[in-house]
Design a protein around this ligand. Structure first.
Ligand code: ADP
Length: 394
């Protein structure tokens, strides 16, 4: 296995910049996922590693070698795509061994590798099946085995689970994690699905608009997002956001005020607009908030719609007296709405007046212009101590 290094990769198609100056390193044996909305440049970035796309600028290294201009077959990479395209007239054994036979390995070596790969993806006993006799998940495993037999330095996987149904996708996630562990493989994985990225990867690289936003372990992206984009993209349902004005001793949003001594935040002055972010699980009914070390002052609200999910209930809160929930408005970004998640045993119903508090230790503040994180957690910022400054994006 080998490490992969991208150095200032830019890819332009005419006027459009698909990938904008991306530099990152994937360690030997690491599972890194490129995640971001459709069109953000994930596949193009990965294709520069595979050799399927030539970067306009920048260099690609695999191990210690500069492979920027090498043909895909000379890079020691194996790819698994969304559409695995098995040969329909060949059985599983022939499909897995096809690339090896082209390379003229002797029969015994081919058989040894195919059996080992089939064992890893749990297809033993199915080697004489035809693709038409297999489920989508089994076919996808044949595609992965076909990559394994080549013994690559790096696995590149582009949305390999996208065509599978939801249940199988979740199952295959655990299989890929096991595969990663067993092979000690370097894996670069592309997905638009933040849950897939969160659950499988050592680190996730969040992309937007061709630019790398943050590369960090999943929980760091979740708890210390480097900017508002990452904060909103990672986590489902999304973080709530509300713009507010910094006043003397507080942050005033259109519906509530949070105690804040902004003189303790270097980048913030009275009169500035900053964006407050809070995740649904960090909004609490005041009557259940005894255990919070640092709650905000209670905020008046009315419950609008309740969504029972089984293990939790999403409660849409309306903050202003005279507003109705609107289907057009995204509750995450509407200043008059707040999404709260509560446990299923919580006594609450639609149309009820309630008051809620925010957990100060979980409040994020972002620069309203640039979106950059200013602080994660404002515990102590109303008093003598200071909060934690955001960590630098790696
Ligand atoms: P993602 O994988 O994140 O969905 P892509 O890397 O496929 O995004 O694409 C990034 C951007 O580059 C998109 O705007 C896409 O339209 C553009 N793009 C990708 N490939 C080509 C191409 N061959 N020619 C022109 N534009 C392209």
């Amino acid at each position: 296995m080998a490490r992969v290094r991208l150095e200032n990769i830019t890819k332009r198609y005419g006027e459009e910049t698909a990938v904008d100056d991306i530099s990152l390193e994937v360690e030997d044996g690491e599972f890194v996922t490129f995640v971001g909305p459709s069109g953000c440049g994930k596949s193009t970035t990965m294709e520069t590693v595979a050799g399927l796309t030539q970067p306009t600028e920048g260099r690609v290294y695999i191990g210690d070698d500069d492979v920027t201009t090498l043909a895909p077959k000379d890079r020691g990479v194996a790819m698994v795509f969304q559409n695995i395209a098995l040969f329909p007239h060949m059985d599983v054994y022939e499909n897995i061994s096809f690339g090896l036979r082209l390379r003229t390995y002797d029969d015994e070596e081919v058989r040894r590798r195919v059996e080992q790969a089939a064992d890893i993806v749990q297809l033993e006993g199915m080697l004489d099946r035809m693709p038409a006799e297999m489920s989508g998940g089994q076919q996808q495993r044949v595609g992965i085995a076909r990559a394994i037999v080549r013994n690559p330095d790096v696995f590149l996987m582009d949305e390999p689970l996208a065509n599978l149904d939801a249940k199988l996708r979740v199952h295959m996630r655990t299989e890929l994690q096991r595969l990663h562990r067993e092979l000690d493989a370097t894996i670069i994985y592309v997905t638009h699905d933040q849950a897939e990225a969160m659950t499988m990867s050592n680190r996730i690289a969040v992309l937007n608009d061709g630019k790398l936003q943050q590369i960090a372990p999943p929980l760091v992206c979740y708890n210390e997002p480097t900017n508002r984009f990452v904060a909103g993209f990672i986590g489902s349902p999304s973080m709530n956001f509300a713009d507010g004005e910094v006043v003397d001793g507080g942050l005033e949003t259109s519906n509530f005020t949070v105690d804040l001594d902004a003189t303790r935040l270097p980048a913030v002055s009275v009169g500035d607009t900053v964006t407050l972010g809070i995740r649904p699980e960090d909004v609490h009914l005041t009557r259940y908030a005894d255990s919070l070390a640092a709650p905000t002052d209670p905020i008046d609200a009315r419950t609008d719609v309740l969504e029972p999910m089984g293990d939790e209930v999403f409660v849409y809160l309306l903050l202003a007296e005279d507003v109705e929930g609107s289907m057009e408005e995204d509750p995450a970004t509407s200043p008059n709405q707040l999404l709260m998640s509560v446990t299923p045993d919580t006594e609450i119903e639609a149309g009820q007046d309630v008051d809620v508090v925010l957990d100060r230790s979980k409040i994020h503040l972002f620069d309203a212009d640039t979106g950059d994180a200013l602080v994660h957690g404002i515990t102590g910022l109303e008093g003598p101590e200071s909060g934690t400054a955001p960590t630098e994006a790696e």
